[in-house]
Design a protein around this ligand. Sequence first.
Ligand SMILES: C[S@@+](CC[C@H](N)C(=O)[O-])C[C@H]1O[C@@H](n2cnc3c(N)ncnc32)[C@H](O)[C@@H]1O
Ligand SMILES: [Zn+2]
Length: 370
Amino acid sequence: MDLTLVTEGRTTIAVPCQNPLVPFPPGTAPVFYNSRMALNRDTTVLVIRQIKPHSYLDAMAASGIRGCRVGFETGVPVTLNDHDPTAIDLITHNVRALNIKADIICRDANSLMSEEKFGFVDLDPFGTPAPFIDSAIRSSGKYLGVTATDTAPLCGAHLKAGIRRYMARPLNTEYHTEVGLRILLGNVARHAAVYDKGIIPLFCYAHEHFVRLHLQLKSSASAADTSIARLGYVHQCPKCPYRMEEKKFFPGIHTCPVCGATLTPTGPLWTGPVHDPDILSSMILDADTFTAGDNAGLKKLLPVCRDEPDISFSYNYHKLAKYYRLSPGPVDVLLNRLRDKGYFAGRVHYSGYGIKTDAPLDEIRDSINP
Ligand SMILES: C[S@@+](CC[C@H](N)C(=O)[O-])C[C@H]1O[C@@H](n2cnc3c(N)ncnc32)[C@H](O)[C@@H]1O
Ligand SMILES: [Zn+2]
């Protein structure tokens, strides 16, 4: 295998050479490495630097970049697993070169996670994490990381696949990214509840082609009940921009108060907070001193997530202005007007035109062009 060196954050490892001339170069190498996921790994390293778990499992390690970065940049003892022996040879090479404390295991991730426990269990599979979530919850002593790159099923573009994998009905709306993030969270919450565990989202976000969760699991029946109480639905009007959130186990049937159409429910999904603002504040401070691979992206993402209102849907400001035949001014001006009227209002982390507010539609309309 021809190798080349890559550096992410403070960590340099060897990865297989890729053919840069094809649409998806990582698919051309014997062991997977995707440089576009550097920001995803940066966020994990930053979260782990704040929470300091006693151990960390990279359950699908490939080149080992994620587990090696956690070991080298946080000092937490790491275990790197992959079922592919070729990946294990590369991981062994990288762990030795970095001189970090690491166990290296070549097993099926589900069988490993069914037998051993780790402080932080991290899932980073090809596509959907759905087949691994149950065993990861059983293996996790306290924390769980989940990456999903199957955004089409999660966000409603592949409706039937989304229903099969996540037992929820996605909806392809202008805020489908938010729906995908919350459907994945809702699915993890339901799996965790089976084992009397509740979920506490620390930092969960969607970016480009992936969704990434960092969660704390709290072991008690009452914590599980609290999580279940945060499951619910977003109801979208099929005819106008009206949408609403409902925290309820079974969806109600609702009529649009603006136009009278029957609202379409999406879910069940997580309607609770998706970030812990305290962890985000310390990550923001840490990101300043810590040389991350994609620092510019991180510095943009973290403050927006910290300040994002805790609402399960968003509006595309430009689409809304077009619907009302108004010309949109700067987003921040609109947000300030809504805040001056006493509403929550903020940006969303996955779209420059997205806004979240609890203001009713006529107030948003009147604040676009007062
Ligand atoms: C997307 S790659 C992991 C990327 C890596 N975490 C990173 O940050 O670059 C998925 C890896 O999971 C491994 N894998 C897939 N199914 C597995 C299973 N059931 N058990 C263990 N490893 C598995 C594959 O061999 C592959 O190396
Ligand atoms: Zn309507």
